[in-house]
Ligand binder design. Structure first.
Ligand SMILES: CC(C)(COP(=O)(O)OP(=O)(O)OC[C@H]1O[C@@H](n2cnc3c(N)ncnc32)[C@H](O)[C@@H]1OP(=O)(O)O)[C@@H](O)C(=O)NCCC(=O)NCCS
Length: 177
């Protein structure tokens, strides 16, 4: 797929600014890789070596050029605290899918909610996006709450919808209003 243009003004909300990955984000990758859940929902290996973390950062950097979406680092005052992505694998159906993770040491400070509030208006500007979806496991209180704080609405429980960690997991589908 041809890449859509990167936003000329970085999406922002509150104290968070969404920016491109840089080599320095290996530190963020190493932190995220220590979380028990983050490696299950993406391509970052659990407890990554420095090399694995560097390779993951490079993969994030290449995804935009490949037309797969917009991988952002969530930056707060110059520190990468997490990642949020707008993924376009269902763009032919008019759907953008948002996913996010916050480094364990930066949680419970509103960064996930603010990152969602920053990426959502940007996602609506992407040509072809007519709907924005989130998929969240029912136990994931922090993620459900962040979605609701950003105005997303729960639409459905999708039984055994997605394989995570070797099991077909139920997912709650949320959509932007
Ligand atoms: C889920 C996650 C993104 C939340 O990030 P965060 O920056 O801590 O979330 P916020 O600080 O914006 O919190 C949003 C709300 O959820 C609440 N919350 C956050 N973590 C919580 C938890 N573990 N249990 C209960 N509530 C929680 C916060 O208190 C806040 O609610 P409030 O304003 O009413 O107090 C983070 O825990 C994470 O990265 N987890 C692992 C990866 C993951 O689950 N990604 C999402 C996949 S759908």
């Amino acid at each position: 797929m041809t890449p859509l243009p990167w936003p000329s003004t970085p999406p922002a909300y509150g104290s968070v600014v969404l920016r491109e990955f840089t080599e320095a984000d290996v530190r963020l990758a190493l932190e995220l890789g220590e979380d028990p859940y983050v490696p299950l929902i993406g391509s970052l290996p659990a407890h990554p070596t420095r090399q694995e973390a560097e390779a993951w950062v490079r993969r994030q950097q290449s995804r935009h050029a490949e037309g797969r979406g917009f991988p952002f680092v969530i930056d707060v005052a110059g520190t990468g605290v997490g990642t949020v992505g707008l993924w376009l694998r269902k763009l032919s159906e008019g759907i953008g899918i948002v996913g996010y993770s916050i480094s364990p040491e930066h949680r419970r400070r509103g960064f996930a909610s603010d990152a969602l509030k920053a990426i959502t208006p940007f996602a609506w500007t992407v040509p072809g996006v007519e709907r924005i979806e989130l998929y969240i496991e029912p136990w994931n209180r922090g993620s459900l709450r962040a979605a609701e704080k950003a105005g997303y609405r729960r639409e459905a429980l999708l039984p055994a919808h997605q394989e995570i960690g070797g099991f077909a997991r139920d997912m709650l589908l949320y959509a932007a209003p």
